[in-house]
Design a protein around this ligand. Structure first.
Ligand code: IMP
Length: 197
């Protein structure tokens, strides 16, 4: 198992989530807060996997430390998997959570098939660029017709979780962590590490 790991995301909510789940492992955890000069790379990959790898390798090289990075997306069956890798920029370059939600609700307005899922890919890279691990987590749901609840971030208010029987906008952080795509990917990673200890 690694002795040191940097959680390579600028999203502080994610850092806290990852740190909480990793804290019982014998790994010294770091975050990008210790490296304020590093700017975010462009996410030019065509898949979530490519972007997770690209970010892990980029940050591992610049921090000179093993790095964990993730990329997530929302996939709607009726839109053939869109927005997918474009989830963050679905409504354009200056997209906000609000404009993204508006566009997706509008694109799905006449769709009866509301099945969708959040998918997360996590990659871990060594400073020299070797990818040590790549794992995926999925969370199934239905796309709502309007926002329900105000908790969470991103598309949470329009995602109805099949397991929680409520929208992510209504769920507590603890409830969401029990089923979320990110938590599931991380649990897989921890399982692999424990197995190969
Ligand atoms: P990222 O890969 O985590 O940066 O997320 C890409 C896009 O997916 C952003 O628009 C996020 O708002 C959205 N997203 C990722 N995870 C979640 C989630 O757990 N809830 C709601 N939206 C999410």
């Amino acid at each position: 198992m690694l002795r040191q790991l940097c959680i390579a995301t600028k999203n502080e909510g994610k850092v806290a989530e990852f740190m909480e789940m990793l804290r019982d492992l014998p790994i010294e955890l770091h975050s990008l807060a210790e490296f304020p000069g590093i700017v975010e790379p462009e996410e030019t990959g065509k898949t979530l996997s490519a972007n997770a790898r690209l970010k892990a390798q980029y940050y591992a090289k610049l921090t000179n430390m093993p790095c964990l990075a993730d990329d997530s997306g929302l996939e709607c069956a009726a839109l053939n998997g869109a927005p997918g890798v474009l989830t963050a920029r679905y409504s354009g370059e200056n997209a906000t959570d609000k404009s993204n939600i508006e566009k997706l609700l509008s694109d799905m307005k006449f769709c009866i098939r509301r099945n969708c899922c959040f998918r997360c890919v996590i990659a871990v890279s060594l400073p020299e660029g070797k990818i040590l691990n790549e794992v995926e987590g999925i969370c199934d749901g239905l796309l709502l017709h309007e926002e329900v609840g105000t908790a969470g971030f991103g598309y949470d208010p329009i995602f109805w979780s099949k397991e929680l029987h409520m929208s992510f906008g209504e769920a507590t952080q603890e409830q969401k962590n029990a089923v979320s795509h990110r938590a599931r990917a991380l649990k897989r990673l921890i399982q692999i590490w424990k197995k190969h200890r």
